[in-house]
Design a protein around this ligand. Sequence first.
Ligand code: E4P
Length: 217
Amino acid sequence: MKFFVDTADTAQIAELNDLGMVDGVTTNPSLILKSGRDILEVTQEIAAMVEGPVSAEVVALEADAMIAEGRKLAAIAPNIAVKVPLTWDGLRACKVLSGEGNMVNVTLCFSANQALLAAKAGATFISPFIGRLDDINLDGMQIISDIRQIYDNYGYETQILAASIRTVNHAHQSAMIGADVMTAPPAVIKAMASHPLTDKGLAAFMADWEKTGQKIL
Ligand code: E4P
């Protein structure tokens, strides 16, 4: 499973990248706001830091304007994936931008039917938002499972990018279902390393080691 980091915070990306945990990065307008950085400048910096796809989102709502913005974002670096919303205009922009050889990430996906349309429009990635479905008492994981089955039924190569991951359980379940990629905030990726029995076991080992009076270095 590929891990994308869902942030525009370059310090956090660098920390995880040094551990080999970063196969790509996703950003969105809210994350750009949070970073306090200029979108073109920070996207260029991130794209130079990581080898994998870096999603940068258009903000126009009409297809021709999305395409123009997408071309500008794609020109930043060869590893940019242009992010477009799952609207009819976004699908038109996806078709054109992917036809020009760009990676396209279709975002704000909340149904399997939307994901089917994105695959037919040539999306490189489809981003179903798990957490936001859970927020309104729907089953975010079910959509990942449905899209996996539909894409496998017909051999679509669009990669399922499980997004809006809020918990370590979302990460676990996405991996079990077979999402190709998950994008998660740095805190969730770090939390995946935690287990109370690891902490308890380590404390016991340290206590016994102290009693030996030995040193390794
Ligand atoms: C994905 O590309 C989005 O940036 C992100 O996963 C949205 O997550 P949120 O619903 O926690 O804001």
